[in-house]
Design a protein around this ligand. Structure first.
Ligand code: NAP
Length: 270
């Protein structure tokens, strides 16, 4: 039994260690890979992880200077090229991460593409591009990050889905199907990887004021149609999605597993 004195000591040491963590950042000492981390939502999540003390590898097909992040965080940020559609390319990414930092604690499978088109018009190539990137890409990343996370004693995987995973819009069949499958893949991964100490969750953003939302934002007719669905009256900011990713990656998210967290400010669908 804990005496009241030692209880007080435990409580104050817990408060102190929380305080230390807050000072060093909630992800201090962790190494994160963010696919699609060179722009849009991925870049915002990479920035938030760096702010919380993690080292981050931003991975995408094209190199990006990331001058602001490098100026603020120096050696803790690096860029590695990867095509998540290729298993070999993803294996090389994990090898590069292990060589550079010696561990991987957090993976965000964020790389994604959208190709709109009604089913009868949609090309095979566009269909495959969406499924290969959004679904098979997450499969490759999960499969090849697991040994790295096992070596680190566990880890966190966060897949980036979308509000469209559960909502229907003409012309979005490929995108919606890929994200719905990604959510099921998340739940299956959570069950299979729990014993290895790896938690797997999903974030499903609504409309976010960056990246893929830009073509909608710039089209007056589409923008007013979509803005009517946003209960909060505005699209989300990348930082609001990044905050959810930090929660899932940090100690605060230690008992959340196999969950799809909708971050959309409330979304109507008619
Ligand atoms: N913005 C939104 O409103 C919104 C809403 C819901 C969900 N989402 C989801 O959030 C994620 C990010 O969206 P975003 O709006 O930030 O998109 P974005 O600005 O178009 O960025 C996509 C990122 O993915 C990378 N990428 C694409 N294909 C890749 C591949 N095969 N291999 C590696 N990297 C690849 C891109 O870099 P390269 O082109 O150089 O490879 C880029 O860094 C996506 O999964 C998207 O579905 C976005």
């Amino acid at each position: 039994m804990v005496s009241s004195d030692s209880g007080t000591a435990l409580a104050s040491s817990a408060i102190q260690s929380n305080g230390d963590r807050a000072r060093r950042g909630r992800l201090a000492g962790n190494v994160a890979i963010v696919t699609g981390g060179t722009r849009g939502l991925g870049l915002a999540m990479a920035g938030a992880f760096l702010q919380e003390g993690a080292s981050v590898i931003c991975a995408a097909r094209r190199e990006a200077p990331l001058a602001e992040l490098r100026a603020a965080h120096g050696d803790r940020v690096s860029v590695t090229t990867v095509d998540v559609c290729s298993a070999d390319s993803v294996r090389s990414l994990m090898d590069a991460a292990m060589r550079r930092f010696g561990r991987v604690d957090i993976l965000v499978s964020n790389a994604g593409v959208s190709r709109n088109g009604k089913i009868v018009d949609l090309g095979e190539r566009e269909w495959r591009e969406v499924l290969d990137t959004n679904l098979t890409g997450a499969f490759h990343c999960t499969k090849y990050v697991v040994p790295c996370m096992e070596a680190a004693g566990g880890g966190r995987i966060i897949n980036i889905s979308a509000g469209m995973s559960t909502r229907v819009a003409p012309g979005a069949a490929a995108y919606s199907a890929s994200k719905a499958a990604l959510e099921m893949f998340t739940r299956a991964s959570a069950v299979e990887l729990a014993k290895k100490g790896i938690l797997v969750n999903c974030i499903a953003p609504g409309f976010v004021n960056t990246g893929m939302y830009e073509p909608l934002r710039d089209d007056e007719r589409l923008r007013s149609r979509y803005e009517r669905m946003m209960v909060s009256g505005r699209p989300g900011e990348p930082s609001e999605v990044a905050a959810a990713a930090v929660f899932l990656a940090s100690a605060e998210g230690s008992y959340v597993n196999g969950h799809v967290l909708e971050v959309n400010g409330g979304l109507l669908w008619s």
